[in-house]
Write a protein that binds this ligand. Structure first.
Ligand SMILES: [Zn+2]
Length: 297
């Protein structure tokens, strides 16, 4: 298996088809099974969608409009890149998944998505490296911060240039590589992989949506586990459907929030409870007290 470390630079702008991150540089290094660098690929891309680079991108990447003027088109650069990757089985690694998402979007724009399958497997190097160092995956550690943390030499080459970032990623990967961490993050880069990557999770706002089974609203008392009786109608706030429920055994009333989130793997249903205790105010209003408890249902 050959490893390919990919890093891309892109220039984002609003277009008639929405926001688009147009790739302006490819940088990649190839590693052999011992994680030694055995090849490199670098190319600028002549932008078609937005001819002028945004100021922030010029500052960040030190790429100038002149650098891109004589470069090949995205289509020709990607095909050269694919030829460089070759037919051998491979795994692409990059720091985070933004590069593979942007690569997908650019291929989609040029109607050449089928060519993405030159990449056989994908592994998020950031997750793999953080796991190898026991850094919680909920933290987002940038590439240079990770290099500093693990005493990987950053060198004098400017960062945020695709080829330099891919070399640095390669050094970080080689420094902390653990086969078991690689195994837990490598994915076969098939159609399902990209469908999952592009799936936008959303919360169901319409309580009558046919995806929600009526039985989903049958709610058990958080204390005794028996079904409670709903004593109010539903109202929707912050993507949650709220109603008051009463347990006649515990004689307690709860404000219950149901949230239905559609993910690639199906409907997720979360329930949270907040006990309502009657106040002694003469108005007779009931006030919510206590901490919120959230449970999966
Ligand atoms: Zn109860």
């Amino acid at each position: 298996m050959k490893y390919i470390i990919l890093d891309l630079e892109w220039n984002g702008s609003n277009t008639d088809k929405g926001y688009f991150n147009e790739i302006i540089e490819f940088g990649a290094v190839a590693l052999d099974d011992d994680l030694a660098i055995v090849g490199e690929f670098q190319s600028f891309v002549n932008p078609k969608v937005t001819k002028k680079l945004r100021g922030r991108i010029k500052e960040l990447t030190h790429i100038s409009n002149d650098d891109l003027k004589n470069a090949g088109s995205f289509v020709s650069v990607f095909r050269r890149f694919a030829a460089w990757i070759g037919e051998e089985d491979n795994c692409m690694l990059s720091w985070g998944n933004a590069d593979i998402v942007v690569l997908y979007e650019n291929l989609e724009r040029y109607e050449m998505l089928d060519e993405i399958f030159v990449i056989r497997n994908f592994c998020d190097a950031q997750l793999m490296c953080q796991q190898a160092m026991d850094i919680p995956l909920t933290k987002q550690v940038g590439l240079s911060a990770f290099a500093e943390l693990t005493q990987v030499e950053i060198g004098d080459d400017p960062l945020h240039r695709a080829i330099n970032d891919s070399r640095l990623t390669a050094r970080c990967v080689a420094k902390v590589f653990k086969p078991e961490c690689y195994a837990s993050f490598v994915r076969k880069a098939d159609r399902e992989f990209y469908e999952r990557m592009n799936f936008k999770s959303y919360c169901i706002q319409d309580i009558n949506d046919e995806l929600i089974k009526p039985s989903a609203f049958m709610t058990k008392c958080p204390e005794c586990g028996r079904y409670m009786k709903r004593i109010s109608s539903y109202s929707c706030r912050n993507k949650k459907h709220y109603a008051s429920y009463r347990c006649r055994f515990c004689r307690k009333t709860y404000q219950v929030g149901h949230m239905f989130k559609m993910t690639y793997d199906g409907l997720e249903h979360k329930v949270n409870y907040r006990q309502i205790v009657p106040t002694i105010e003469p108005s007779g209003d009931e006030a919510a007290v206590g901490s919120e408890v959230t449970k999966g249902a």
